[in-house]
Design a protein around this ligand. Structure first.
Ligand SMILES: [Zn+2]
Length: 429
């Protein structure tokens, strides 16, 4: 017969050996079972890019994730938020068209393509600050950029707005950006015109990109996203912020680096001339320039102009640092611990405003009148409404929430309770 004094040790051995708790404990990912994070982005296990079936964890290919790929928790959260009355657009040469001839500049719609921004959009950094950002990575060309950033000690001062499918297909470059200290943000799964997508399609584009980034970054959930082509309106903003808690980042200058080799109006010299004009010009507001990490041309534009940022005394920061915000929704940066938080606010700012300093797509020049007064800050309403919305989503999607990270946590708790029971049992015997 087993000595009763050995029972706690036996239970401890069973726990540590996995015979009681067979699920692996992932030290980088800890969220309580009732956390909205667990309900929206539970971790099934730690996907590794070296696994042969790594891509099978995500939607196939580089197209908009199908509705069949959407977790019930995302759909429930979408159903819980208040949506503005804005229709799906039809893209027309980059200019979204709305049914009934409504203008994208209308305050209800507030399309950035028509130079409309809300007070929650991020595009004007503080004076003297360049909020450094690169879109469309990671790509095979990214490494040249990363090496340059390292050589100039600014690799931890750049935000990379990444395409989710690119992350899935180029995990080595993703890891390099992360290892270099880069700040990772969302640039959708397949780079579509977001205002032309249905609500569920918007959900898939944002959610799956957040999922793959958080999977490969210790559960850190992106806090910022940038709409491809700057195509965003109040409907898309509402989903980004309300369901996923994402801040919308646009820009106040478009380098046009993306057009070199595609549009004869944009050459290396013409783009460099624009860049040098901004970098040697006014420092107020700061600069948030649209730049890319797709090919040697656009990377070369940055490398040519970076010395000007230094010689003209600009302070280079990530987008998050430029606006004095945490890098991720549940972590201060790439190294800080992952904490509990509430995803999504459920609210869109009540009023939108326009800005002449924000520059939408280079050819979009329609101006709209400003009416920035009386707006309600989305940030100020986020915590209370976010909790309510998250709670209803959690209960609606309880089944989905009780797996993954929650499951790991659950087995750990079970193990501890079994151990305690063993101790009590030993004392009573
Ligand atoms: Zn892009």
């Amino acid at each position: 017969m087993l000595d009763k004094t050995l029972l706690p040790a036996v239970f401890a051995l069973l726990c540590s050996s996995g015979l009681v708790a067979s699920a692996p404990l992932d030290e980088t990912w800890y969220q309580p079972r009732d956390s909205p994070v667990a309900s929206l982005f539970h971790k099934r296990y730690t996907p590794s890019p070296s696994d042969a079936n790594f891509t099978s964890n995500y939607p196939a290919g580089s197209s908009t994730p199908p509705s069949s790929s959407l977790p019930a928790s995302w759909l429930a959260k979408l159903a819980s938020i208040t949506m503005p009355n804005v229709s799906v657009s039809q893209p027309n040469n980059g200019y979204p068209q709305y049914p009934g001839g409504e203008s994208g500049a209308d305050q209800t719609i507030c399309s950035f393509t028509y130079a409309c921004t809300t007070e929650d959009d991020l595009y004007n950094p503080p004076a003297g600050v360049v909020a450094l950002s690169f879109d469309d990575g990671p790509t095979p060309a990214s490494i040249e950029l990363y090496d340059y950033l390292i050589a100039n000690n600014v690799s931890d001062k750049a935000t990379h707005f990444m395409i989710g499918s690119n992350v899935m297909y180029n995990p080595t470059q993703f890891q390099a950006a992360l290892d270099n200290g880069g700040h990772i943000a969302v640039h959708t799964w397949s780079h579509p015109y977001m205002t032309s997508l249905t609500n569920e399609q918007v959900l898939g584009e944002l959610g799956w990109t957040m999922q793959v980034i958080s999977d490969l970054n210790g559960g850190r959930l992106p806090k910022f996203w940038r709409p491809p082509f700057g195509d965003v309106d109040n409907r898309v903003r509402a989903i980004a912020k309300g369901v996923f808690g994402l801040e919308t980042v646009v820009w106040n200058q478009d380098s046009g680096d993306w057009a070199i080799g595609h549009d004869p109006q944009y050459t290396n010299s013409s783009v460099n001339a624009m860049m040098s004009g901004w970098l040697t010009g006014s420092k107020s507001p700061g600069l948030l320039i649209l730049e890319h990490e797709v090919n040697p041309n656009d990377i070369g534009v940055f490398m040519t102009n970076y010395p000007l940022m230094m010689s003209n005394g600009w302070s280079v920061k990530t987008v998050a640092d430029a606006f004095s915000m945490d890098w991720y929704q549940n972590s201060a940066d790439n190294k800080a611990s992952v904490t509990t938080m509430s995803v999504g606010s459920g609210q869109l700012a009540s009023n939108s405003s326009s800005s002449t300093s924000a520059s939408a797509s280079s050819s979009a020049s329609t101006s709209v009148s400003s009416s920035a007064s009386g707006s309600t800050s989305m940030t100020s309403t986020s915590s209370s409404s976010g909790t309510q919305a998250s709670t209803s989503a959690s209960s609606a999607a309880q089944g989905a929430a009780n797996t993954g990270a929650a499951g790991v946590r659950y087995t750990l708790e079970s193990c501890l309770w079994v151990g305690m029971a063993g101790l009590v049992g030993a004392l009573l015997l």
